[in-house]
Design a protein around this ligand. Structure first.
Ligand SMILES: [Ca+2]
Ligand SMILES: [Ca+2]
Ligand SMILES: [Ca+2]
Length: 122
């Protein structure tokens, strides 16, 4: 698949386009009218665009324009520190859920300085 040049897949049910991220010979990719996931918009599309200069690349606008690619749940903690282990180690490994702004359900967001994210109730 590494020598793929053109992919016309409009109107399908494609969600994950991460397999395209490592390709460097793409000239035309049409993904219009596919339910692409947020990783597609936040990770794959920027990678494909930078790996394939001059690509003719079409896709729908991000359905969630307020999405912060570095903080999916908007709780103030970056995705990279929300490790979803349920165990707080330190500020770089908070154990919280990157899809839940209040992982422990105490009504304070994970990024709130008063929030105690030590033990989560699973
Ligand atoms: Ca977050
Ligand atoms: Ca969170
Ligand atoms: Ca909380």
């Amino acid at each position: 698949m590494t020598d793929l040049n053109m992919l016309v897949a409009a109107g399908n049910q494609i969600v994950d386009i991460s397999p395209l991220s490592g390709m460097t010979n793409l000239t035309l990719v049409d993904l219009f009218n596919n339910p692409l996931n947020r990783e597609a918009y936040c990770i794959s599309i920027p990678l494909i665009t930078s790996n394939n200069p001059g690509i003719n690349f079409t896709y729908d606008p991000n359905p969630n324009p307020s999405l912060d690619c570095n903080d999916y749940d908007g709780d103030g903690l970056r995705n990279t520190v929300e490790t979803n282990t349920g165990i707080f180690v330190n500020e770089d490994d908070t154990g919280t859920d990157l899809d839940n702004a209040d992982s422990d359900g105490d009504r304070m967001t994970d990024g709130d300085s008063g929030n105690s994210v030590v033990i989560l109730n699973w």
